[in-house]
Design a protein around this ligand. Structure first.
Ligand code: IMP
Length: 429
């Protein structure tokens, strides 16, 4: 088995960065297939905290190829800064990057538009709560067939033509906002040349690269961004991101077919968090939510926004297992729950409602108390566990309950932020 897709099974921020970082040790290629620098992966390596927004989490392994696929939107300024920072930490020094010719660019006007629209929406209480990184407007340009792709950086005439199209479409919107921002075609053509020259040694047909690697028996890890419930098609629309956050997105987002995928692992926290607006059935308001946020340090890696917190939502997880075709579940941040005096879990929604409908905003969760938690010694023993046998019994019971209800085996459990605090229960490849 040579390909593994790893996706967020909730609303993003499930700890994919750490899990992918651990699993990437066995991979020759780690590739991202969707999203942009709305994602933020916090990794703790040798006690040092590093956040990546575009480069896949495999960047810590010298020689492992880090691939940015066609389904991504790449802000070249952010990309340059991130590569410089990673290189200053001694990473990516062996030319380990590859960038799809088909990936789209987030340009400065996309970024400004995202912010202006969010500001206007917040005034009318209609906010999505985007990360304001220009991700949505860049995907919009893509769908409108005037987006700027990496390959256009090497075709100045086409680059100019696309920018003119963006200008015709977007300058009137900037005007309506009373903004002095305009799509500056000449300036962007010039900057485009510099961006193109800078990334030229990495750009290629990523689909062909990955397919050749698969055919050669190499191990490839496809890293999702955000989470299934933020998926453009299957998430809590319109409170979603603008790309495919589910496993199927790998095929268009890389340029390989579905038969090339062997395993799909979903990451879930032991509880649930969400940033931005939109339905969240198990959200805990008041002191319980705050206790969970404090215990789990739940603040966005990209925007620093506090995340809303709540109990694990099994109906949502089961839905996620279906739309992703999960073959394994990775449960992260178990140690955070162990710090709490009591733990509950959502086993159903009242009135038999199910995820995947517009009703998610009004469902009421059916909660059960999880037995055996609240022991002051539990967190210490759990954080020290390095095998399933060492995991305290109530936590094992919790994991069994999740696997049983969702119908997907637990393949990995994370009991702390460090790489070593990871219990592997199945081979990734
Ligand atoms: P956008 O992706 O910036 O357009 O934001 C759309 C929605 O997705 C907002 O609710 C964001 O908070 C959410 N979102 C985007 N990226 C992430 C992420 O990496 N983690 C969690 N939420 C995200």
């Amino acid at each position: 088995m040579s390909t593994l897709v790893v996706v967020g099974a909730q609303w993003g921020d499930e700890g994919k960065g750490k899990v992918v970082d651990v699993l990437a040790a066995d991979a020759q290629i780690v590739a991202r297939f969707a999203g942009g620098n709305n994602a933020g992966h916090t990794l703790v390596v040798d006690g040092k905290q590093i956040v990546t927004h575009l480069v896949p989490s495999g960047c810590h392994y010298p020689g492992t190829l880090c691939v940015l696929g066609a389904g991504m939107v790449i802000d070249p300024d952010v990309f340059q800064a991130e590569v410089a920072e990673l290189q200053s930490h001694g990473l990516l020094l062996r030319d380990e990057l590859r960038v799809s010719l088909g990936a789209h660019l987030i340009l400065p006007f996309h970024r400004v538009l995202d912010g202006l629209r969010e500001d206007r929406a917040s005034a009318s209480d209609n906010q999505i709560g985007t990360t304001r990184r220009g991700v949505g407007p860049a995907y919009e340009s893509k769908a409108a067939r005037r987006g700027i792709r990496v390959r256009d950086l090497y075709e100045p005439a086409r680059l100019r033509e696309r920018l003119e199209q963006c200008k015709a479409a977007l300058d009137p919107e900037f005007e309506r906002f009373g903004s002095s921002i305009r799509v500056e075609v000449d300036d962007l053509v010039e900057r485009g040349k510099r961006w193109g020259a800078w990334m030229e040694r990495w750009v290629c047909d990523v689909g062909a690269l990955c397919q050749t690697a698969i055919d050669s028996g190499h191990r490839l890890l496809f890293e999702g961004a955000q989470g299934a419930m933020l998926d453009l098609d299957h998430g809590t629309y319109p409170f979603v991101t603008s790309s495919s956050a589910t496993a199927g997105g790998v095929c268009p987002g890389i340029g390989i077919g579905p038969t090339a995928i062997h395993r799909v692992w979903g990451i879930t926290k032991a509880y649930t968090t969400r940033v931005g607006a939109g339905p969240f059935p198990t959200r805990l308001d008041g002191p319980q939510g705050k206790a969970l946020r404090d215990a789990g340090h739940e603040y966005g890696a990209t925007t620093g926004r506090p995340r809303d917190c709540g109990w694990l939502d099994l109906p949502a997880l089961k839905y996620s297992a279906r739309i992703n075709g999960l073959t394994g579940l990775c449960v992260t941040k178990l140690d955070v729950l162990a710090d709490l005096p009591e733990v509950e879990i959502c086993v159903a929604y009242e009135d038999g409602l199910v995820p995947g409908t517009d009703d998610l905003g009004r469902v009421r969760p059916v909660l059960e108390k999880v037995p055996g938690w609240g022991d002051p010694d539990l967190a210490r023993r759990l954080r020290a566990a390095r095998s399933l046998a060492e995991v305290p019994a109530p936590v094992r019971g919790y994991l069994d309950f999740i696997a049983d209800r969702v119908g997907v085996p637990i393949v990995l459990a994370s009991v702390g932020p460090g790489r070593a605090q990871t219990i592997s229960l199945a081979e990734p490849f």
